[in-house]
Write a protein that binds this ligand. Structure first.
Ligand code: MN
Length: 248
């Protein structure tokens, strides 16, 4: 199983979750919400070969934490993955939209300058803005739009720009989410949980809950869950080979 977007550092007992995903052989991209969390997590995942760590600055934290952007250039050399980054245009964060966009563009430029990265990107309420930024920075790397919730037209534009998509149980529960997923290029879809932020029936999702995303995808794609797992695995292999290079 593959969880391409979760927050291992935000579970009540990260070490226990790290052991559990390692025992189960789950591939995890653990994203961070601030650069300060990156070195801490890097130490924690030592010896867990299937866990990758993203360097992030979450758009919902940009207003308070944008000064931590200064830590980005030095830490960027330590990973092929950047996330969680992006723009949030929902009402509580509209006041910082311009600062969020400047921050996101700065991060994309840094990625371009370093030969590209694989990016896990948040775009709630700001899909067009995010796509404008990606279009202006074509060498930033391979963009993976996590929990995409834009319009079908924005989805088509994202696909044309070569974006990838990571989808989880919560997105697959809604009819709107399933319609968007049906419109995504199958060879550029990955699974995620967004745990522990994303919840199912009041419980925080854990990386092994991508099993539920696999069964949801099976229905959307008309495959059995094993077939879905094969597709997702091949997609991850291709995404990893891009190593964030622009041609990906
Ligand atoms: Mn997240």
């Amino acid at each position: 199983m593959i969880d391409l977007h979760c927050h291992l550092d935000l579970y009540p007992d990260p070490a226990a979750v790290i052991r559990a995903v390692t025992d189960r052989g789950i591939y995890v991209l653990s994203v961070t919400t601030t650069p300060r969390a990156f070195p801490v997590m890097k130490r924690m995942i030592k010896g867990a070969p299937r866990i990758r760590l993203g360097l992030g600055l979450h758009p919902e934290l940009v207003a308070q934490r944008h000064s931590e952007l200064d830590l980005f250039p030095a830490l960027l050399g330590e990973t092929d993955y950047v996330g969680e980054v992006g723009i949030d245009g929902s009402p509580p964060h509209q006041g910082s939209l311009d600062l969020q966009e400047r921050t996101f563009r700065r991060i994309l430029k840094l990625c371009s300058d370093r030969g590209g990265r694989i990016l896990s990107i948040h775009s709630r309420g700001a899909a067009s803005r995010v796509l404008d930024c990606l279009e202006a920075n074509p060498n930033a790397g391979s963009a993976v739009l996590h929990w995409f919730s834009g319009s079908p037209k924005e989805l088509a534009r994202a696909a044309d720009l070569g974006a990838w998509f990571s989808v989880g149980p919560a997105m697959l529960r809604s009819g709107r989410g399933r319609n968007l997923i049906a419109g995504m290029p199958q060879q550029r879809v990955l699974t995620e949980t967004d745990g522990p932020f994303a919840r199912d029936g009041g419980q925080a999702l854990y990386p092994w809950d991508v099993a539920s995303a696999e069964s949801g995808l099976a229905k959307v794609w008309g495959l059995d869950p094993a077939g879905v797992r094969d597709v997702i695995k091949q997609n991850l292999v291709r995404l990893s080979k891009t190593r964030g290079s622009a041609s990906g």
